[in-house]
Design a protein around this ligand. Sequence first.
Ligand code: ATR
Length: 277
Amino acid sequence: MQNYYVIGDPIKQSLSPVMHNASFQALGIDATYQAVHVVPKELSDWVTSFRKQGGNGFNVTIPHKVAIMSLIDEIDPAAVSIGAVNTVLNQNGKLIGYNTDGKGFVASLHSLGLAVSPLTSHILLIGAGGAAKGIYYALCESGFQHITIANRSVENAVVIVEEAPKKGLKPNAILTLQQAEQQLDRFSIIINTTSVGMADDLMPLQLDKLKQQAIVCDIIYNPLETRLLMMASMRGATTQNGVEMFVRQGALAFEIWTGQQPNLDLMRKVVDTQLGG
Ligand code: ATR
């Protein structure tokens, strides 16, 4: 029997166990995936016990995505650039860290099947936290040429953009949220990575100048439709919530652990059911 986990604080709300357990079962893999509540001061001890137990892998969620990096043996270069790890593989006793969040987002964007061209799309990335950073690097790595970051605290966006050239990436532009709002018609893809809209009915910016053909993505999946997505859809935009990114980051982790591709339709169905969709 193989053992996988997701560790975080809080963790009760995690949809990863149902999604991964359904995938293991569908592929006939003898494995279990459990959520474990690990508070920051217990992280190091938990990793030690995971090693002793010979667990096969785990996901890492808030608030451990940065702290885990000093407790494992090797880190994939993309995760080093992002500065965060969300997936750990135990490869013959060596713990290797990856980041599948950003790649999961890019895969979800391409899954829209629209003309999402890295060369011609003009992306507005709203937010400059951990999620924004992962998505920013994955977009850059996938060849997206025009990315503008807008954030409430401009200094946090400056950090991301200033680090980019050191990592061999093209520097990109920064706007305040107000400037982004005024120039919204320049952007073909708008991505909300902030928590605005999760526990409230607010939007990170107003959509008066939204292009009708724009794609608007929100990485929030609970609620399934944030106010931002609802307003964007009323204006004729194509919208995407965070379910697809969540499913894709999970599928990439599953592949790292098992070498097998899980059934995306099954994963989506399980997650949607849990969210009441
Ligand atoms: P995560 O790791 O999920 O990205 P985070 O690192 O705490 O979370 O980042 C949260 C992001 O949401 C930040 O971009 C934050 O803006 P600041 O850098 O100005 O803090 C943004 N954010 C949170 N609450 C916000 C609000 N009420 N209005 C606008 N932006 C907000």
